[in-house]
Design a protein around this ligand. Structure first.
Ligand code: THU
Length: 137
């Protein structure tokens, strides 16, 4: 996996963000073990609660196309006209969606300010003692 390339893809996805209400644009790029990359952006709604985060858009895009075996996701976000980005951490709902489809100790979440400034965390670090599919037996 090439972190800078995955971050560039997340920045590409961010350019498609639909965020007229918050003005906060987020992009995500999700990579599978076999090297496929699926993009997602946040998609807001006038009724607010139907809003979908970039990370979940990427997962739902990938799963709806039959993908599995997710290895990493790069996330970039910030005010849409910002000259520089800060790190944007996934919300709790998105962490739970990751828990559904990923191995928490292996799945890498790359939080990036730019293709060269980023940090890598595991899902297990972001969501300790997560409630995953194994819980139901
Ligand atoms: N958002 C994401 O897409 N991902 C995150 O990790 C944090 C928040 C979106 C939701 C909403 O459209 C906007 O950012 C402000 O919360």
């Amino acid at each position: 996996m090439n972190y800078p390339v995955l971050i560039e893809k997340a920045l590409e996805a961010r350019r498609r963000s639909y965020c007229p209400y918050s003005g906060f644009a987020v992009g995500a790029a999700l990579e599978t073990a076999d090297g496929r990359i699926f993009l997602g952006c946040n998609i807001e709604n006038v009724a607010f609660t139907p809003t979908n985060c970039a990370e979940r858009t990427a997962f739902f895009n990938a799963v709806s196309r039959g993908a599995s075996g997710f290895k990493a996701i790069a996330v970039v976000g910030g005010p849409k006209d910002a000259a520089e980005l800060d790190f944007c951490a996934p919300c709790g709902v998105c962490r739970q969606v990751m828990e559904e489809f990923c191995v928490p100790d292996d799945f890498q979440v790359i939080l990036a300010k730019s293709p060269s400034v980023y940090k890598v965390l595991t899902l297990a670090k972001l969501l300790p003692m997560g409630f995953g599919p194994a819980a139901l037996g």
